[in-house]
Write a protein that binds this ligand. Structure first.
Ligand SMILES: Cc1ncc(COP(=O)(O)O)c(C=O)c1O
Length: 426
């Protein structure tokens, strides 16, 4: 069973606190995160990276302010994908110079906010977006720190065990043949400071060689261009994308294999005079926060249909969309009956009138009872915020954080918004 949590007798513990008690106090369903697991993941990765590397926590993986603060306390910067995420990073106390903003479709007002706050890097996604950054910088009278997000062909292997997000035609980043001209423009613009390059390889990648290929492609490109344009690179962002296992029995990503190449790269680049002041960055989300979370729902019905046992829970795809869509053999357990013999084959479905609302095809758990608590592990990333919380108007779950033996509610359960009717005077 893939789980970062311990058990005591038959109860799952999150950071030492009994999960069943947290559910009782916070309500069901609930996301529960263990800050200690976040710290463990961060330290594990930081230790595997060479000197001078900064980790920017990718807020989109879990944007709760209390979670962002856990990483900030460890010294992490932040990767934001909207102006609200930029503000979350600032509110968490992340220094502005350690905030990067990436993502296609940044609006003018979002760009202005990023420029106004002088964040460390706006990772530009297109030539036209660059023009809008120049305009925003001129308007605010502040220098915009601009990096170019590259769309490099770094792999032909889509079997990366995740989603490759660079190479070929893409809505992300700037193709290499356009990036050179763009870099030249960025170096000349009055209100722009060209800081470097960014490559985001993809997400959920479990094959270390695929990640190493991306890291190498970025380094080769950045070195060639720095020499050609005779420019110093102050920021080189290798993206994130480090996967975590989502299927029972699936091995963890070999973090040392995934970062082995980067050590040699960092050494080589530091020999170049153009990389003397460089800040190397990695901006993972899933790897840092995914293992820290368990999504717990309550069994509210057990039924049989044509010989199959169905377990119906009070939480489902509306709270945990991406994990459920990604696969149907998520690590799952009855968290109030840990250690009991898993001798009953069941299918688990949520409360929605929608066929995809089914956690697992066939899993083995102890004979289920009404009121049992079903936990889905590795749910700390892309859970709450990447779901369709309004679907079928159920109450959105609470989020709880266990930190240093204390249990905190970090988001209350939220009733659905019924809608408004407001006349627009047009
Ligand atoms: C630009 C960028 N950075 C970082 C991330 C975080 O990725 P992951 O959670 O896979 O590490 C993403 C995710 O899509 C992204 O688009």
């Amino acid at each position: 069973m893939i789980s970062s949590f311990k058990t005591k007798e038959e109860t799952l513990l999150a950071g030492g606190a009994p999960v069943a008690q947290i559910v009782r106090a916070a309500g069901s369903p609930v996301y529960i995160y263990d800050a200690e697991v976040m710290r463990r993941q961060y330290t594990r990765l930081a230790k595997a990276l060479p000197r001078g590397f900064r980790l920017f926590y990718s807020i989109k993986a879990n944007p709760n302010l209390s979670v962002v603060k856990v990483f900030k306390k460890l010294g992490a910067g932040a990767e934001a994908a909207s102006s609200h995420e930029v503000m979350t990073a600032i509110k968490a106390g992340v220094p502005r110079g350690a905030i990067a903003y990436a993502g296609p479709g940044k609006s003018d007002s979002e760009i202005e906010l990023a420029v106004d706050h002088r964040i460390g890097a706006i990772n530009v996604e297109s030539v036209t977006e660059f023009d809008r950054i120049v305009a925003a910088a001129g308007k605010t009278g502040k220098l915009a720190n601009v990096a170019i997000r590259l769309n490099l062909d770094y792999t032909h292997d889509d079997g990366a065990g995740g989603h490759v997000m660079a190479g070929g035609p893409r809505k992300f980043g700037v193709d290499p043949d356009m990036a050179e001209d763009l870099a030249k423009r960025a170096m000349k613009e009055k209100w722009v400071r060209f800081v470097g390059f960014h490559l985001f390889p993809g997400t959920g990648i479990m094959n270390p060689q695929i990640l190493a290929g991306a890291h190498n492609a970025l380094a080769v490109y950045a070195l060639r261009l720095a020499e050609k344009l005779q420019t110093r690179i102050g920021y080189l962002n290798f993206g994130g994308g480090l996967g975590i296992p989502y299927k029972d029995g699936e091995p963890e990503l070999d973090i040392h294999a995934a970062t082995a190449g980067i050590k040699a790269i960092a050494k080589e680049l530091r020999r170049s005079k153009w990389f003397q002041d460089v800040m190397f960055v990695m901006e993972p989300g899933r790897y840092l926060v995914g293992p820290s979370g368990v999504y717990v729902s309550t069994i509210i019905d057990v039924k049989t249909s044509r010989g199959k046992t169905y377990v119906i829970t009070d939480g489902g795809i509306h709270h945990a969309l991406i994990p459920i869509v990604m696969n149907k053999s998520f690590p799952t357990a009855l968290v109030n009956r840990m250690g009991q013999k898993a001798d009953t084959q069941v299918r688990v479905g949520g409360p929605l009138c929608a066929t995809p609302d089914q956690f697992s095809r066939e899993i083995m758990i102890p004979a289920p009872r009404m009121g049992d608590l079903l936990g889905i592990f590795n749910s700390g990333a892309y859970g709450y915020s990447a779901s369709m919380l309004g679907f079928l108007s159920h109450t959105a779950p609470a989020e709880a954080l266990v930190d240093d033996g204390r249990v905190y509610i970090i988001r209350e359960r939220q009733a659905p918004v019924m809608g408004v009717k407001k006349r627009l005077k047009i």
